[in-house]
Design a protein around this ligand. Structure first.
Ligand code: ADP
Ligand code: MG
Length: 471
């Protein structure tokens, strides 16, 4: 290679430290807007950029907890953001920095910064991580998929430790409102306490923080104090319990605290990504305890719920966003309300920055990478395969002209999911189903949409299939 060629190659290098740092600046600013201050500070703030090796970029996090959490919650988002920012990057690896100090003794997990608490601040501040002031019942949009969980949360807030609701176990996929409901309970508890009595003492923390503090307490020989503190609260809330999986010592401690509190008539609220019976790595006795109160599922959102959420948030922001844009978002961003909010916030931020009204085309451009990331997720072939498997029919029957109900219904479900989960047009979907007409697809979509409001089994099937396809 000549010197000039080498220079040209170096000039074209888009993975040098300066470029990466600039790009990370842009990405992190965006993530900041999308996730909000509290989440960003808690989880991503301490991310340090490593280097590129081939098409893989390394990001460093100070602890294993943080690394696992960021990987689980933001991994795909980070990858998508980097790919969009820098085409030379295809993969993002999250690692911990293995300097001797951090390898043996993980640095403390950043506790979320305390937020200015509304007047009725819950007590036990030393045990309560940041409660997001936006996460109130008033700000929670209720729809079919979450009405049961919402009702249970309200009940616990007004009548802690009431029969049948202790523990309250909230579960559901990422970004469906578990944390929101838990914070809402915490905000509401003091208000619902009878005037003469003191407001209930609340401890809210994520399972990782619980684990971290417990281990820290053990190390500094203050475990007894920590236990006493925990056992002194009226309401204990542990978020994201799935992170206790496999952590036997911490699970054991949680189990004992759990029993002590329930026995003395205190309320427990737990959230997780799965139901107690589906959670792997949880001891049987804890599983049994977790299931013995109220188990409430936050289902995947529906188009209607997503649209209502967007409408509510738009109204709050005071920014004018055309219905068509909201419909686009509700249609495309189906995985989590967090992502939906993130997209909306980005539009609002851009509108504010450039003082331009938001249009459909503008929104499509601004959210290009995000919308594309959602498109990539599921293909019609995958949908057909999964649906066929689920209903135990042959894949070829999906595409065949047969009209027997046993194959026609699964086929309609697959068409419905194709419309919901991909950005394919009706004629394109029809084409993929043995060259059917777009009106057939439209009919299927309407029929399934209609049926799932009446037929619980079908609704569950569709929900399950959607989850499998999106995971
Ligand atoms: P999870 O804990 O289930 O992962 P979160 O409670 O953190 O999800 O919710 C993610 C984001 O979506 C939060 O900003 C939350 O306020 C918002 N959100 C979720 N569900 C709703 C809802 N039904 N109404 C309003 N906002 C919601
Ligand atoms: Mg959460």
């Amino acid at each position: 290679m000549t010197a000039e060629a080498r220079q040209a190659a170096a000039d074209a290098d888009t993975t040098d430290a300066t470029t990466l740092a600039t790009q990370w600046g842009r990405i992190s600013a965006r993530l900041h807007t999308e996730l909000g201050e509290a989440d960003y500070r808690s989880w991503l703030h301490q991310t340090r950029i490593g280097g590129c090796d081939g098409d893989e970029l390394t990001l460093f996090l100070p602890t294993r907890f943080l690394r696992d959490w960021v990987r689980g919650q933001h991994g795909p988002r980070l990858t998508a953001a980097w790919r969009a920012e820098n085409p030379a990057i295809r993969h993002v690896a999250l690692r911990t920095e293995t300097t001797p100090a951090t390898a043996t003794a993980p640095a403390p997990v950043a506790m979320p910064a305390a937020v200015a608490a509304p007047e009725s601040a819950p007590r036990a501040p030393e045990l309560t991580g940041a409660l997001d002031p936006r996460f109130t019942f008033a700000n929670f949009v209720v729809g079919k998929p979450n009405e049961f969980a919402y009702a249970c949360a309200r009940r616990v807030a007004t009548q802690p430790a009431c029969q049948g609701f202790n523990p309250l176990f909230l579960y559901g996929g990422v970004g469906l409102g578990k944390t929101h409901l838990m914070h809402a309970i915490a905000w509401d508890l003091p208000a619902s306490a009878p005037e003469a009595t003191r407001p209930p003492a609340v401890a809210y923390m994520s399972a990782e923080i619980f684990m971290h503090r417990f281990i820290g307490a053990l190390r500094s020989q203050s475990a007894i104090e920590f236990k006493d503190q925990l056992r002194g609260v009226d309401v204990l809330m542990i978020d994201d319990l799935q992170f206790l999986v496999g952590k036997d010592g911490t699970q054991e401690e949680f189990f004992h605290t759990f029993n002590a509190l329930v026995e003395s008539g205190k309320q427990i609220v737990v959230s997780a990504d799965k139901s107690p019976s589906d959670m792997p790595g949880i001891e049987q006795r804890l599983r049994t305890r977790l299931s013995c109160g109220m188990v409430a599922d936050l289902h995947a959102t529906t188009y209607e719920l997503r649209l209502s959420i967007l409408e509510a948030k738009t109204a709050q922001s005071g920014v004018d966003i055309p219905d068509k844009v909201l419909a686009l978002l509700a249609h495309k961003i189906t995985t989590s309300v967090r992502e939906l909010e993130g997209a909306l916030n980005r539009l609002i931020a851009e509108a504010g920055l450039f003082g331009r009204p938001i249009t459909l085309e503008g929104a499509q451009t601004i959210l290009q990478d995000l919308l594309r990331a959602h498109d990539r997720r599921v293909t019609i072939d995958e949908i057909q395969r999964k649906v066929a498997e689920h209903y135990n029919i042959r894949l070829s029957e999906m595409l065949s002209p047969r009209r027997a109900r046993s194959v026609a219904r699964p086929r309609q479900v697959a068409m419905y999911l194709a419309k919901q989960l991909t950005s394919r047009s009706l004629p394109e979907i029809g084409g993929k189903f043995g060259g059917r007409d777009h009106t057939t697809v439209l009919h299927a979509v309407k029929q399934v949409r209609d049926l799932i409001t009446k037929d619980v089994t079908l609704a569950e099937d569709v929900d399950l299939l959607r989850r499998m396809l999106e995971s």
